[in-house]
Write a protein that binds this ligand. Structure first.
Ligand SMILES: NC(=O)c1ccc[n+]([C@@H]2O[C@H](COP(=O)([O-])OP(=O)(O)OC[C@H]3O[C@@H](n4cnc5c(N)ncnc54)[C@H](O)[C@@H]3O)[C@@H](O)[C@H]2O)c1
Length: 355
């Protein structure tokens, strides 16, 4: 905390120290995270496991939707995490899919961090990068965990190839994955071409194939990453999964419930994931129970659950606010450590109880 001497003219008692407030823009966030995929995956996994052990508060996300803009939404993810992180906060993230056609990213976000002891907000961070980072880091951790009891995938398929797909590839590559073949499929030819360009520039190696048909992509991939913006299931053919791939179902609503019912299913958090008409939620509605769930990613990481190799292994992560807090706090600490915190002087102003 940087103390501010708020002694008023003519006053003999010093005023209270104003808690500091920092603003951290996207360039600073990116600087703190880029190239640190292993470190960030470790810290996201540790925060996730802390949450699973109960050292967090992570209430349901609050969805703001609009009758006049049905494809859009803004979600609030309040959370609190303990351990050494000890920080509270909220991510406020917009999804406006039509932005993409206008040349803007679909998602935009801020993250507010609140001080554990005073409750004061102490930072506002650009958070589309933080959100993509925590999503990709947990997906990379899940890819390894779900592959434990089967041949490690060497053919990756990206189904929906926007910003999240790019981050997931970056985190897979940055945590030791390499692929002999990478398949690409997107409804938009320009998105598929853009992603292909990214892969070539990244030096990913391996053969890159753009598939016009979803069937080709899935049948030729033993690690399938879904990162579309589909609102309801559009993949319904169980036969496409006969080779039992590992599936990172990050966009949550692509797979027909019948496919999940024939698969081993892992979620990040059961309460969170079985809502908002995600595919696991549809599977629960179809069967009236949760028997199709094998467990959480924490169960798999801890060895409490082993996944049968003879079925597709599907990870459906709802996305937890505690993970945004963990990455945001890391970024904040990096900015503070390097002396680059941009503090807003006098942000908190009315500090004397009686003026
Ligand atoms: N689970 C989580 O924690 C989490 C976190 C962040 C984002 N997400 C989800 O990831 C998804 C992707 O986000 P993004 O920022 O990359 O979006 P984006 O708009 O940048 O990219 C999405 C791509 O999917 C393509 N697409 C849409 N429907 C398709 C379909 N049926 N078949 C093939 N391609 C299709 C679009 O053409 C587009 O290129 C979103 O659904 C978002 O909600 C999940």
């Amino acid at each position: 905390m940087t103390a501010l001497d708020a002694t008023a003219p003519g006053s003999v008692t010093p005023g209270p120290a104003a808690p500091p407030f920092a603003v951290i823009g996207g360039a600073q966030v990116q600087q703190a995270l880029q190239g640190r995929e292993r470190r960030v995956t470790e810290l996201v996994t540790a925060a996730y496991r802390l949450h699973s052990a109960g050292d967090s508060v992570n209430p349901p996300s609050c969805f703001l939707r609009f009758p006049d803009r049905p494809s859009a939404r803004i979600i609030a993810l309040p959370a609190s995490i303990g351990g050494q992180l000890r920080v509270d906060g909220v991510k406020w993230i917009s999804s406006f899919p039509e932005n993409v056609a206008a040349g803007l990213p679909r998602a935009s976000a801020v993250l507010i961090l609140n001080d554990h002891d005073t409750g004061y907000p102490f930072a506002c961070l650009e958070s589309s990068i933080i959100s993509a980072t925590r999503t990709a880091a947990l997906a990379a951790a899940a890819a390894s965990a779900l592959s434990q009891d089967r041949d490690r995938p060497v053919r990756a398929g990206f189904f929906g190839t926007g910003l999240i797909a790019r981050y997931i590839h970056t985190f897979l590559a940055g945590t030791g994955w390499s692929f002999e073949e990478i398949g690409v499929h997107d409804l938009s030819a320009s998105s598929a071409a853009g992603f292909r360009g990214y892969l070539e520039q990244s030096g990913a190696g391996g053969q890159i194939t753009v598939h016009d048909q979803p069937e080709q992509l899935i049948r030729s991939s033993d690690l399938v990453v879904f990162a579309t913006v589909a609102g309801q299931p559009h993949v319904t053919e169980l036969a496409w999964f006969a080779h039992n791939p590992v599936v990172l179902h990050v966009s949550l609503r692509d797979l027909a419930p019948e496919i999940l019912l024939a698969s081993a299913n892992v979620v990040d958090d059961v309460q969170h994931c079985l809502q908002a008409n995600t595919s696991p939620h549809l599977a629960e509605q179809l069967t009236g129970n949760r028997d199709f769930l094998d467990g959480t990613l924490d169960d798999v990481l801890a060895g409490r659950v082993r996944l049968p190799a003879g079925r597709p292994a599907v990870f459906s992560p709802f996305g937890l606010g505690v993970l945004d807090l963990a990455v945001g706090k890391y970024v904040y600490d990096e900015a503070a450590r390097s002396g680059q915190l941009h503090l807003i002087d006098g942000f908190f102003h009315e500090l004397r109880r009686y003026g």
